[in-house]
Design a protein around this ligand. Structure first.
Ligand code: FAD
Length: 232
């Protein structure tokens, strides 16, 4: 059952020139699993599902990270004053960590990183045993990578981040130029048909990655997706 809560706006944090995090007071009684989303209701029918980008252990707040598009929803987010009340509903969604003992390949397109950032933060917090994790992270360029420094420095027993960028200027290691495709996956994921995949991003990106995985004979039941409807 989803529950509706009232909460207050705390702060905004610029992650990149095109992505901002918005933190709200954590409503009393709200618990969530890393990877879930909530409906953020800013009034006047400005309502969107947004993944929680913080880990459940960060108890003082809940955080959403939005790609800024200039939409009325974004304008309303930008106008929020500290202490202003908004509604949230949820949590919902099954895009959560499900340990299997196999390598977990996380594939994120841009702002699709939000549920995966929550899961990685949760695993780094150490409540659950993290197995082998590879994050394939696709973005436009170095300045456009939400949570870049944090994800590059996250401490987990067996974790690797591979950037895939349209423009690789200013990047040093573990970087591919272009898009995440079968070539990148087969080079970076040992025994890629035996891994589990969590793909998160805009619909077109998720579909494209699924096709690449099909071309590598990865079984569909090894793939879970979080599709950010509302983006091309
Ligand atoms: C489970 C889930 C989690 C998401 N998590 C995030 C997140 O963490 N960060 C983030 O930036 N975005 C996330 N999104 C996408 C987000 O909900 C918005 O749809 C998207 O950000 C576009 O909103 P906008 O205000 O920028 O543009 P808008 O102008 O509001 O929308 C752009 C276009 O998409 C259409 N549209 C908007 N929302 C939807 C929808 N839900 N279904 C179908 N069509 C729609 C609109 O009618 C419009 O034509 C998530 C979506 C889903 C379903």
């Amino acid at each position: 059952m989803t529950t509706a809560y009232r909460t207050t706006f705390l702060e905004r944090i610029e992650r990149t020139p095109k992505a901002k995090s918005y933190r709200f007071a954590r409503p009393e009684g709200l618990t969530f699993a890393a990877g879930q989303y909530m409906l953020l209701d800013l009034g006047d029918r400005l309502l969107h599902p947004l993944s929680l980008s913080n880990g459940p252990h960060e108890t003082g707040f809940i955080e959403f990270t939005k790609r800024m598009t200039g939409s009325p929803f974004c304008e309303r987010l930008e106008s929020l004053a500290r202490g202003e009340e908004v509604g949230v509903k949820g949590p919902a969604g099954r895009f959560v960590h499900a340990p299997s003992g196999r390598t977990l390949v996380m594939v994120a397109g841009g702002i699709g990183i939000t549920p995966l950032r929550s899961i990685l933060a949760d695993l780094a917090n150490g409540k659950e045993r993290a197995g082998s994790i590879i994050l394939l992270y696709g973005n436009v360029n170095r300045d456009d990578i939400p949570f870049r420094e944090e994800l590059e420095n996250i401490v987990l027993p067996d974790y690797r981040l591979v950037h895939v960028l349209s423009d690789t200027a200013g990047m040093e290691k573990a970087v591919y130029k272009g898009f995440i495709n079968a070539g990148v996956i087969s080079r970076e994921v040992p025994q890629c048909t035996h891994a589990d995949y969590m793909i998160s991003g805009p619909p077109g990106m998720v579909e494209a990655i699924k096709k690449e995985l099909a071309s590598l004979n990865v079984a569909e039941n090894r793939i879970r997706t979080d599709i950010f409807l509302g983006y091309d």
